[in-house]
Design a protein around this ligand. Sequence first.
Ligand code: NAD
Length: 390
Amino acid sequence: MSKLVSKWNYPTTIRFGAGRISELPDALAATGIKRPLFVTDPGLAKLPVVASTLKILDDAKIPYGVFSDVRPNPVESNLTAGIAVFKKGKHDGVIAFGGGSALDLGKLIAFQAGQTRPVWDFEDIGDWWTRADSNAIAPIVAVPTTAGTGSEVGRASVLTHEATHTKKVIFHPKILPAIVIADPALSVGMPQFITAGTGMDALAHCLEAYCAPGYHPMADGIAVEGVRLVFENLPKAYANGKDLTARAHMMSAAAMGATAFQKGLGAIHSLSHPIGGLYDTHHGMTNAVFMPYVLAFNRDVIEGKIERLAAYCGIKGGFDGFAKAITKLRKELKVPHTLGGLIKDLDMDKKRKGLIADMAIVDPTAGGNPVKLTKKAALSLLENSLSGTV
Ligand code: NAD
C-alpha cells in the first residue's frame, strides 16, 4: 500500500458538443472577461470558422481585439507581440482559438502579460512555477479547432527557444483555461495531413501516459478509452472530414490524452521535441513517425500492459497485434515510415545525431519512458527511424 501515493489534478469545465461555440459570450461572462483578446493563427484567421465566431462576439456587442501572429511551434517573438497587443487593447482575458499553437500562445499571453520575470523562468522544472504572480494571470477561454494536442485542458504551453532550437514547456496551474468550448463542428475544415497528425498526437499522449511508470489509475483508465476512440474514429475522420461523430470522438480523445499525460510521457515525445525544434516539423506527425520504434524498444517492460490495452480495444494478437494495428493505422493515414519521409532532403551527420540524442535524454518527457532512455538508446531509436527498422 505504501506505493499507492500520488498527486492528481483533473481538468476544467468543458462545454462539449457541436454548435456550442454559440455559448462563447456566456462563457466569457462566466469567467468575468469583458474585453477579450482573440488569439488564433494566420491560416485560421482567413477561414470562415473564425469569421463566424467573431460574428457571435459582434452580435453580443462584446468589444474584442484579434491577434494572429502565431507561427506553428510558436516562438518568444510571437509572445512578445501578443502581450503588446493585449496591453495596448486593455484586454482582461484571452479567447485562445485554434490548434495547439494558437491555444498555447493564447494561454501564454494571458499568463505572461502580468509577469515581471522572463517567460523562461517559468519552465516546467521543479517548483519554478511558484515564481509567478498568480494573481496577475488573466482568465482564459479555450476553443480547440484541431483534435490532438489537448492544450485546451492542459496547465502548460510549449514555446520554442529560438537560439537553442529547444521546445520548452512553460507550466503554471492557472494556465489551465477556466472554460473550454469543445465544439467538433469547428474541426471539420481540418485538412487531411493535420487531421492525421493531430489525431496521432492524441494517440501518442494516451499511449505514452498509459505506459509511463507510476501509480495513476485514473490517468490509465482515461488513456485506455482514449486509445480506443482514436483507433475507431481517426480513420473515419481522415476519410470523411465532415463525419461529425468521428470528429467529436477525436475531440474527446485529444482532451483525454492531455488529461492523462500529467502521469508522464515518454521517448516518442523526447525524440519528437528536438526534431520539432530543429526542423520545425508538425508535432503530432513527428510523434507518429517515432511511435512503432519506441513501442518496440519498450516491449519487455510494457508487453503485459499492451496486451490488456489491445484486448480492451478489440485488437487480436496481444502486443504483436497492437503493433500491427499501429502500423496499419499509420499507413491508412499516410504517415511517413521514416524521418526522411517527413523531412525533405534530410541529411544527418554523426554530430547532428549526437545533438538530437543529447537533447532527447534531457527532455522533460524522457523520465516517463518505461525503459531508461540513455544516449545509446536514443541514438539507436534515431537510427531505426532513419532506416525504417522496427
Ligand atoms: P497547429 O496549431 O500548429 O495547427 C496546424 C495547422 O492547422 C495551422 O496551419 C492551422 O491554421 C490549421 N488549422 C487548425 N485548425 C484548423 C481547422 N479547423 N480547419 C482548417 N485548418 C486548421 O497544430 P496542432 O497540432 O494542433 O498544434 C501543434 C502545437 O501544439 C505545437 O506547437 C506543439 O508543440 C503544441 N503542443 C502543445 C501541447 C500542450 O500540452 N500544451 C501538447 C502537444 C502539442
